[in-house]
Design a protein around this ligand. Structure first.
Ligand SMILES: [Fe+2]
Ligand SMILES: [Fe+2]
Length: 372
């Protein structure tokens, strides 16, 4: 069963541990990423699970009343809780305890004391594997569009870490089913399928890729150009891979210094993409200019409208729409109509009016009325 984000827009994580101070500590560490619920013992956890299913459970080995291993076994016997991801938290690194954790049905283990980053990484991986499993029920083209792009997106972060160029042929290959789905007007299940993915940068980039490709289709560009737009959309924020997690996912307002770091993603994207001379200029334009504004107040170069071609203008529109309607750790997604209203009324000096009118019409025609 796929994880479903709550109304507040964040996935729900349950902590089961007898120590209130520990529960509070973990809850505080995760609060900006997930909604949290805490249980002091296995009886209360089991009772609550009948009413409210979390997207993931973090169960301590020494949970009061029966212990953590027994609680995991009980959960695994409940058909209504099938597939619920569980991390068992062990008090020490003991091979026999690791084996027992696996045997009783835990998906992963953490050893106390663990680093906050290890906890977040582990939770994120399990939430994503649930979401990615739900893609299996989609038709082949949509399934392939999601599976291929997430695979390439994950591999790009390794490629960047090694300082190697990004292979463009792999990116276009992964984006081809996406363009195919757009051309048969069957792309909404792709947008829905990625909505609750825990890798925000991937989810945002895939949405931008899909809508840019649709935009290209709407204005009558050939499929080869739509593929460039989709690839450019998937790659437009690759520089964010070098932005620290705390800045990228900060729930509150960024400080001036943090803004400087955040804005550096544009130059970083251009630097990564430029390592491969086969990457088309259009793709680099999308990455380089999607934060520029027609009145010259954008970044990184404060380019005036006269220097921004249609590709940059389309990318800016789709990126703003994506950011407004994205679900973030600190905000739920905004309905499409409200986002378009803000763009048409408050961003007239930033975005190309003609293209924005076409984009708005396109979304209304496609009935992309729910938050995507
Ligand atoms: Fe960006
Ligand atoms: Fe973006």
């Amino acid at each position: 069963m796929a994880a479903v984000a709550g109304a507040e827009g964040r996935n729900l994580v349950a902590i089961v541990d007898g120590n209130a101070a520990y529960r509070t500590q973990v809850a505080q560490a995760l609060l900006s990423f997930y909604r949290m619920v805490e249980y002091p013992d296995s009886i209360r956890a089991m009772a609550a699970l009948g009413v409210c299913r979390p997207e993931l459970m973090l169960i301590s080995e020494d949970t009061p009343i029966g212990g953590g291993f027994a609680l995991v076994r009980k959960i695994r016997l409940r058909p209504d809780l099938e597939g619920l991801p569980i991390i068992l938290v062990l008090a020490r690194d003991d091979p026999a305890a690791r084996q027992e954790a696996r045997d009783c049905g835990a998906d992963a283990v953490l050893i106390k004391p663990y680093r906050r980053s290890a906890l977040i990484r582990q939770i994120s991986a399990l939430v994503n594997s649930q979401i990615e499993q739900s893609w299996e029920s989609l038709p082949p083209v949509q399934r392939q569009a999601l599976k291929g792009t997430v695979e390439i997106y994950n591999s790009i972060s390794d490629v960047i870490e090694r300082g190697e160029p990004i292979g463009y042929a792999n990116v276009t290959e992964a984006c081809a089913p996406l363009v195919q789905a757009v051309n048969t007007n069957d792309f909404k299940s792709i947008l829905n399928g990625v909505r609750d993915h825990d890798n925000y940068s991937y989810a945002h980039s895939l949405k931008v890729a899909t809508l840019l490709s649709l935009f290209g289709n709407t204005i009558g560009l050939p499929q080869s150009e739509q593929l460039l737009l989709a690839s450019g959309g998937l790659l437009h924020d690759v520089g964010k891979m070098s932005i620290p997690h705390e800045v990228l996912n900060k729930p509150g307002r960024l400080t001036d210094d943090e803004f400087v770091v955040m804005r550096s993603h544009v130059d970083a994207s251009v630097a990564y993409l430029s390592l491969n001379p086969d990457i088309p200029k259009g793709v680099i334009t999308i990455a380089a200019q999607h934060h520029e504004k027609l009145d010259g107040t954008g970044y990184p170069h404060r380019l005036p409208g006269s220097k921004l071609n249609d590709l940059a203008r389309m990318a800016a529109i789709v990126d703003v729409y994506g950011a407004l309607t994205d679900r973030r750790v600190y905000k739920p997604s905004m309905p499409a109509e409200k986002a378009l209203g803000i763009m048409c009324n408050d961003m007239r000096n930033h975005l190309d009016g003609k293209l924005l009118a076409l984009f708005r019409e396109m979304l209304l025609d496609a009935a992309v009325d729910a938050p995507v």
